[in-house]
Design a protein around this ligand. Structure first.
Ligand code: S3P
Length: 182
């Protein structure tokens, strides 16, 4: 494993409701790095909301754009990146050999994920059916092996996004090896 001093970006992966965006923002502020969110970037580039891609049956287009955005953002340095919950779910997506990238899986139980998404006002078409909990369980089960490719696994159950961000920051700077942006 790379020593933490060579890390120049953090990539958060995990299921919907795992706290990628909130945690990512807090971590970026803590490190003095930029924060970038794949979904927000897709929306900015397409002029379309993520929800509307799904509502109009354009998930394939969304996924293509998401992959392109991911590729570009993974070239940036001194950034915290929040991927969408489906982005890592194809072979080879999460960079494993890249010493500059710390990938972190924010783990969450399906029931908690549904609760958090509902509390945040919904907006996740994949969990919008009549049985969101069942759907979340089924989807998460299929995705575990991809999320598990991340270098660091952190359980978010019973922890606030601030606590999770702190845990990542501590991992990164045991010897203050992390470089702050100027
Ligand atoms: C999705 C997760 C969402 C968003 C889209 C699809 C997924 O992002 O990209 O609704 O397939 O899990 P978040 O994980 O940020 O909610």
């Amino acid at each position: 494993m790379a020593d933490s001093g060579s890390i120049r970006r953090v990539l958060l992966v995990g299921f919907m409701g795992s706290g990628k965006t909130t945690t990512g923002r807090l971590l970026a502020a803590r490190l003095g790095w930029d924060f970038l969110d794949f979904d927000a970037e897709v929306e900015a580039r397409s002029g379309r909301s993520v929800e509307s891609f799904f509502e109009r049956g354009l998930e394939d287009e969304f996924r293509d754009l998401e992959v392109r955005v991911g590729r570009e953002l993974l070239d940036r340095r001194d950034v915290v990146l929040a991927s969408g919950g489906g982005w890592p779910c194809a072979p080879g997506r999460t960079p494993r050999e890249d010493q500059e990238t710390l990938s972190v899986w924010l783990q969450v139980d399906p029931a908690t994920a549904v609760l958090r998404v509902e509390e945040a006002g919904g907006g996740r078409p994949l969990l919008a059916g009549s049985d969101p909990a069942g759907r979340a369980e089924e989807l998460l089960e299929k995705r575990l092996r991809y999320y598990g490719e991340a270098r660091l696994h952190l359980d978010t159950e019973g922890r606030t996004p601030r606590e999770v961000a702190e845990a990542i920051a501590r991992y990164l700077s045991p010897k203050e090896g992390i470089r702050k942006a100027e």
